[in-house]
Design a binder for this molecule. Sequence first.
Ligand code: ADP
Ligand code: TZP
Ligand code: MG
Length: 269
Amino acid sequence: MNNQEAINALQMVRQANPLVHNITNVVVTNFTANGLLALGASPVMAYAKEEVADMAKIAGALVLNIGTLNPTEVEAMIIAGKAANEAGVPVIFDPVGAGATPYRTETARNIASAVQLSVIRGNAAEIANTIGESWTIKGVDAGEGSGDVVSLAKKAAKQLKTVVAITGKEDVVTDGNTTYIIRNGHPLLTKVTGTGCLLTSVIGAFAAVERDVLKAAAAALVIYGVAAEIAAKNAGDEGPGSFQIAFLDALFRVGADEISRYGRIERGE
Ligand SMILES: Nc1ncnc2c1ncn2[C@@H]1O[C@H](COP(=O)(O)OP(=O)(O)O)[C@@H](O)[C@H]1O
Ligand SMILES: Cc1ncsc1CCOP(=O)(O)O
Ligand SMILES: [Mg+2]
Protein backbone atom coordinates (compact mmCIF):
# COMPACT_ATOMS: atom_id res chain seq x y z
CA MET A 1 0.00 0.00 0.00
CA ASN A 2 1.35 3.41 -0.97
CA ASN A 3 0.19 6.91 -1.83
CA GLN A 4 -0.39 6.05 -5.49
CA GLU A 5 -2.72 3.20 -4.55
CA ALA A 6 -4.59 5.59 -2.24
CA ILE A 7 -4.94 8.05 -5.14
CA ASN A 8 -6.28 5.26 -7.38
CA ALA A 9 -8.80 4.24 -4.73
CA LEU A 10 -9.99 7.85 -4.36
CA GLN A 11 -10.51 8.07 -8.11
CA MET A 12 -12.59 4.90 -7.97
CA VAL A 13 -14.78 6.40 -5.22
CA ARG A 14 -15.31 9.57 -7.26
CA GLN A 15 -16.12 7.62 -10.41
CA ALA A 16 -18.45 5.08 -8.79
CA ASN A 17 -20.18 7.36 -6.21
CA PRO A 18 -20.88 4.27 -4.08
CA LEU A 19 -24.03 4.14 -1.99
CA VAL A 20 -23.07 3.98 1.69
CA HIS A 21 -25.87 2.87 4.02
CA ASN A 22 -25.30 4.35 7.48
CA ILE A 23 -27.07 3.38 10.68
CA THR A 24 -25.36 5.99 12.79
CA ASN A 25 -25.84 8.31 15.75
CA VAL A 26 -27.96 11.44 16.04
CA VAL A 27 -24.96 13.69 16.75
CA VAL A 28 -23.12 13.09 13.49
CA THR A 29 -25.81 12.29 10.94
CA ASN A 30 -25.69 15.51 8.92
CA PHE A 31 -21.91 15.84 9.08
CA THR A 32 -21.53 12.23 7.93
CA ALA A 33 -23.87 12.71 4.97
CA ASN A 34 -22.14 15.93 3.92
CA GLY A 35 -18.65 14.46 4.37
CA LEU A 36 -19.52 11.45 2.20
CA LEU A 37 -21.02 13.72 -0.46
CA ALA A 38 -17.95 15.99 -0.42
CA LEU A 39 -15.68 12.99 -0.90
CA GLY A 40 -17.71 11.69 -3.83
CA ALA A 41 -19.85 8.94 -2.28
CA SER A 42 -23.66 8.72 -1.97
CA PRO A 43 -24.89 8.57 1.62
CA VAL A 44 -28.16 7.17 2.82
CA MET A 45 -29.41 6.87 6.39
CA ALA A 46 -32.09 4.19 6.92
CA TYR A 47 -33.05 2.82 10.30
CA ALA A 48 -36.44 1.06 10.21
CA LYS A 49 -36.13 -2.67 10.73
CA GLU A 50 -38.74 -3.03 7.97
CA GLU A 51 -36.33 -1.64 5.35
CA VAL A 52 -32.73 -1.98 6.55
CA ALA A 53 -32.15 -5.40 4.97
CA ASP A 54 -33.35 -4.19 1.56
CA MET A 55 -31.25 -1.03 1.77
CA ALA A 56 -28.12 -2.85 2.96
CA LYS A 57 -28.37 -5.32 0.06
CA ILE A 58 -28.32 -2.59 -2.60
CA ALA A 59 -25.58 -0.54 -0.90
CA GLY A 60 -21.87 -0.62 -1.68
CA ALA A 61 -21.15 -0.71 2.04
CA LEU A 62 -23.03 -0.75 5.34
CA VAL A 63 -21.78 1.35 8.28
CA LEU A 64 -22.95 0.53 11.81
CA ASN A 65 -22.30 3.09 14.57
CA ILE A 66 -23.53 2.73 18.17
CA GLY A 67 -22.97 6.36 19.23
CA THR A 68 -26.54 6.93 20.45
CA LEU A 69 -27.68 3.33 20.57
CA ASN A 70 -31.07 2.03 21.72
CA PRO A 71 -32.53 -1.47 21.55
CA THR A 72 -34.68 -0.80 18.46
CA GLU A 73 -31.73 0.55 16.52
CA VAL A 74 -29.43 -2.26 17.65
CA GLU A 75 -31.99 -4.81 16.41
CA ALA A 76 -32.05 -3.00 13.05
CA MET A 77 -28.24 -2.98 12.90
CA ILE A 78 -28.07 -6.73 13.32
CA ILE A 79 -30.78 -7.32 10.69
CA ALA A 80 -28.93 -5.00 8.28
CA GLY A 81 -25.56 -6.56 9.08
CA LYS A 82 -26.78 -10.08 8.41
CA ALA A 83 -28.41 -9.01 5.13
CA ALA A 84 -25.19 -7.29 4.07
CA ASN A 85 -23.21 -10.43 4.91
CA GLU A 86 -25.54 -12.54 2.77
CA ALA A 87 -25.26 -10.13 -0.13
CA GLY A 88 -21.47 -9.80 0.13
CA VAL A 89 -21.70 -6.10 1.07
CA PRO A 90 -18.83 -5.00 3.35
CA VAL A 91 -19.84 -4.01 6.89
CA ILE A 92 -17.86 -1.34 8.73
CA PHE A 93 -18.39 -0.96 12.48
CA ASP A 94 -17.70 1.97 14.82
CA PRO A 95 -18.05 0.85 18.46
CA VAL A 96 -18.46 4.42 19.76
CA GLY A 97 -17.88 4.60 23.50
CA ALA A 98 -17.39 0.84 24.04
CA GLY A 99 -16.17 0.59 27.61
CA ALA A 100 -18.04 3.67 28.80
CA THR A 101 -21.15 1.75 29.95
CA PRO A 102 -21.86 -1.98 30.24
CA TYR A 103 -24.73 -1.71 27.69
CA ARG A 104 -22.44 -0.13 25.10
CA THR A 105 -19.67 -2.67 25.68
CA GLU A 106 -22.08 -5.62 25.51
CA THR A 107 -23.72 -4.26 22.36
CA ALA A 108 -20.37 -3.72 20.64
CA ARG A 109 -19.44 -7.34 21.40
CA ASN A 110 -22.85 -8.64 20.29
CA ILE A 111 -22.69 -6.84 16.95
CA ALA A 112 -19.11 -7.97 16.36
CA SER A 113 -20.12 -11.58 16.96
CA ALA A 114 -23.50 -11.56 15.17
CA VAL A 115 -22.20 -9.83 12.04
CA GLN A 116 -19.08 -10.65 10.02
CA LEU A 117 -17.33 -7.28 9.90
CA SER A 118 -15.02 -6.13 7.12
CA VAL A 119 -13.52 -3.31 9.19
CA ILE A 120 -13.88 -2.15 12.78
CA ARG A 121 -12.66 1.44 13.38
CA GLY A 122 -12.32 3.09 16.74
CA ASN A 123 -9.91 4.62 19.16
CA ALA A 124 -7.73 2.30 21.21
CA ALA A 125 -10.04 2.19 24.22
CA GLU A 126 -13.07 1.29 22.09
CA ILE A 127 -11.26 -1.51 20.26
CA ALA A 128 -9.80 -2.87 23.51
CA ASN A 129 -13.18 -2.92 25.19
CA THR A 130 -14.83 -4.58 22.19
CA ILE A 131 -12.49 -7.55 22.51
CA GLY A 132 -12.49 -7.65 26.32
CA GLU A 133 -8.98 -6.30 26.79
CA SER A 134 -8.20 -3.96 29.63
CA TRP A 135 -7.11 -0.50 28.59
CA THR A 136 -6.42 2.48 30.80
CA ILE A 137 -9.05 4.97 29.67
CA LYS A 138 -8.35 8.63 30.32
CA GLY A 139 -11.22 10.07 28.29
CA VAL A 140 -14.46 8.33 27.32
CA ASP A 141 -14.25 9.13 23.62
CA ALA A 142 -10.70 10.40 23.41
CA GLY A 143 -9.20 6.94 23.28
CA GLU A 144 -6.34 8.10 25.41
CA GLY A 145 -4.69 5.51 27.52
CA SER A 146 -1.65 3.36 27.61
CA GLY A 147 -0.60 0.21 25.87
CA ASP A 148 0.85 -1.12 22.65
CA VAL A 149 -1.62 -0.07 19.96
CA VAL A 150 -0.11 -2.22 17.20
CA SER A 151 -0.35 -5.38 19.32
CA LEU A 152 -3.90 -4.49 20.32
CA ALA A 153 -4.90 -3.97 16.68
CA LYS A 154 -3.40 -7.31 15.61
CA LYS A 155 -5.05 -9.14 18.49
CA ALA A 156 -8.43 -7.62 17.64
CA ALA A 157 -8.00 -8.48 13.94
CA LYS A 158 -7.31 -12.12 14.76
CA GLN A 159 -10.10 -12.37 17.31
CA LEU A 160 -12.78 -10.68 15.20
CA LYS A 161 -11.42 -11.94 11.84
CA THR A 162 -11.63 -8.46 10.39
CA VAL A 163 -9.47 -5.52 9.43
CA VAL A 164 -8.93 -3.27 12.46
CA ALA A 165 -8.23 0.47 12.30
CA ILE A 166 -7.20 2.16 15.53
CA THR A 167 -7.03 5.93 15.20
CA GLY A 168 -5.45 8.66 17.26
CA LYS A 169 -2.42 10.90 16.73
CA GLU A 170 -1.13 8.07 14.56
CA ASP A 171 -3.41 5.53 12.92
CA VAL A 172 -2.77 1.79 12.79
CA VAL A 173 -4.56 -0.52 10.39
CA THR A 174 -4.04 -4.26 10.17
CA ASP A 175 -5.58 -7.52 9.05
CA GLY A 176 -3.54 -9.30 11.71
CA ASN A 177 -0.66 -10.06 9.32
CA THR A 178 0.05 -6.90 7.35
CA THR A 179 0.12 -3.62 9.25
CA TYR A 180 0.29 0.01 8.14
CA ILE A 181 0.95 3.10 10.22
CA ILE A 182 -0.45 6.41 8.94
CA ARG A 183 1.00 9.63 10.30
CA ASN A 184 -1.40 12.20 8.91
CA GLY A 185 -4.15 14.23 10.51
CA HIS A 186 -4.44 17.34 12.66
CA PRO A 187 -5.26 17.94 16.35
CA LEU A 188 -8.28 20.08 15.32
CA LEU A 189 -9.97 16.82 14.26
CA THR A 190 -10.40 16.14 17.98
CA LYS A 191 -12.25 19.45 18.43
CA VAL A 192 -15.02 18.67 15.93
CA THR A 193 -17.54 16.05 16.94
CA GLY A 194 -18.10 13.26 14.49
CA THR A 195 -14.72 13.23 12.78
CA GLY A 196 -14.15 9.66 13.95
CA CYS A 197 -17.66 8.64 12.89
CA LEU A 198 -17.31 10.28 9.46
CA LEU A 199 -13.98 8.52 9.03
CA THR A 200 -15.67 5.17 9.65
CA SER A 201 -18.20 5.99 6.92
CA VAL A 202 -15.41 7.15 4.59
CA ILE A 203 -13.78 3.74 5.10
CA GLY A 204 -17.15 2.35 3.98
CA ALA A 205 -16.95 4.39 0.75
CA PHE A 206 -13.49 2.98 0.00
CA ALA A 207 -14.48 -0.59 0.93
CA ALA A 208 -17.34 -0.29 -1.56
CA VAL A 209 -14.92 0.20 -4.48
CA GLU A 210 -11.72 -1.60 -3.38
CA ARG A 211 -12.10 -5.33 -2.71
CA ASP A 212 -8.87 -5.50 -0.71
CA VAL A 213 -10.34 -4.22 2.54
CA LEU A 214 -6.99 -3.54 4.19
CA LYS A 215 -5.99 -1.35 1.25
CA ALA A 216 -9.38 0.35 1.26
CA ALA A 217 -9.08 1.23 4.95
CA ALA A 218 -5.48 2.40 4.62
CA ALA A 219 -6.40 4.60 1.65
CA ALA A 220 -9.27 6.15 3.61
CA LEU A 221 -7.03 6.90 6.59
CA VAL A 222 -4.29 8.59 4.59
CA ILE A 223 -6.66 10.66 2.45
CA TYR A 224 -8.69 11.72 5.48
CA GLY A 225 -5.55 12.76 7.34
CA VAL A 226 -4.17 14.70 4.38
CA ALA A 227 -7.55 16.46 3.96
CA ALA A 228 -7.37 17.51 7.62
CA GLU A 229 -3.91 18.97 7.10
CA ILE A 230 -5.11 20.94 4.06
CA ALA A 231 -8.13 22.16 6.03
CA ALA A 232 -6.01 23.34 8.95
CA LYS A 233 -3.80 25.27 6.54
CA ASN A 234 -6.77 26.86 4.78
CA ALA A 235 -8.72 27.67 7.94
CA GLY A 236 -5.69 29.21 9.62
CA ASP A 237 -5.94 29.51 13.38
CA GLU A 238 -9.62 30.46 13.48
CA GLY A 239 -10.66 27.34 15.41
CA PRO A 240 -12.96 24.31 15.11
CA GLY A 241 -15.89 26.03 13.34
CA SER A 242 -13.86 27.23 10.38
CA PHE A 243 -11.89 23.99 10.41
CA GLN A 244 -15.06 21.91 10.09
CA ILE A 245 -16.13 23.80 6.97
CA ALA A 246 -12.61 23.79 5.54
CA PHE A 247 -12.43 20.05 6.17
CA LEU A 248 -15.57 19.35 4.10
CA ASP A 249 -14.06 21.50 1.33
CA ALA A 250 -10.76 19.61 1.60
CA LEU A 251 -12.51 16.23 1.28
CA PHE A 252 -14.04 17.60 -1.93
CA ARG A 253 -10.79 19.03 -3.31
CA VAL A 254 -8.05 16.66 -2.09
CA GLY A 255 -6.33 15.00 -5.01
CA ALA A 256 -3.26 13.29 -6.38
CA ASP A 257 -0.87 16.22 -5.81
CA GLU A 258 -1.49 16.59 -2.10
CA ILE A 259 -1.75 12.87 -1.43
CA SER A 260 1.56 12.11 -3.12
CA ARG A 261 3.22 15.08 -1.41
CA TYR A 262 1.84 14.75 2.12
CA GLY A 263 0.68 11.13 2.50
CA ARG A 264 2.66 9.43 5.26
CA ILE A 265 1.86 5.75 5.17
CA GLU A 266 4.40 3.10 6.05
CA ARG A 267 4.49 -0.62 6.58
CA GLY A 268 4.49 -1.56 10.28
CA GLU A 269 6.01 -4.60 11.97
N1 ADP B 1 -3.74 14.27 18.07
C1 ADP B 1 -4.09 14.06 16.80
N2 ADP B 1 -3.34 14.58 15.80
C2 ADP B 1 -3.69 14.37 14.51
N3 ADP B 1 -4.77 13.67 14.12
C3 ADP B 1 -5.54 13.12 15.07
C4 ADP B 1 -5.24 13.28 16.46
N4 ADP B 1 -6.18 12.60 17.18
C5 ADP B 1 -7.02 12.05 16.28
N5 ADP B 1 -6.64 12.35 15.01
C6 ADP B 1 -7.33 11.96 13.77
O1 ADP B 1 -8.70 12.24 13.97
C7 ADP B 1 -9.51 11.33 13.23
C8 ADP B 1 -10.55 10.73 14.17
O2 ADP B 1 -9.87 9.83 15.03
P1 ADP B 1 -10.17 9.71 16.59
O3 ADP B 1 -10.09 11.04 17.25
O4 ADP B 1 -9.26 8.65 17.11
O5 ADP B 1 -11.65 9.16 16.54
P2 ADP B 1 -12.78 9.22 17.65
O6 ADP B 1 -13.33 10.62 17.55
O7 ADP B 1 -13.75 8.19 17.21
O8 ADP B 1 -12.13 8.94 18.97
C9 ADP B 1 -8.53 10.33 12.62
O9 ADP B 1 -8.29 10.72 11.27
C10 ADP B 1 -7.25 10.49 13.44
O10 ADP B 1 -6.11 10.20 12.71
C1 TZP C 1 -20.63 13.23 21.27
C2 TZP C 1 -21.28 11.95 20.97
N1 TZP C 1 -22.09 11.34 21.87
C3 TZP C 1 -22.61 10.21 21.42
S1 TZP C 1 -22.11 9.84 19.86
C4 TZP C 1 -21.15 11.23 19.77
C5 TZP C 1 -20.34 11.58 18.58
C6 TZP C 1 -19.00 10.94 18.66
O1 TZP C 1 -18.31 11.19 17.45
P1 TZP C 1 -16.76 10.92 17.28
O2 TZP C 1 -16.43 9.64 17.96
O3 TZP C 1 -16.59 10.82 15.81
O4 TZP C 1 -16.06 12.11 17.86
MG1 MG D 1 -15.62 7.86 17.74
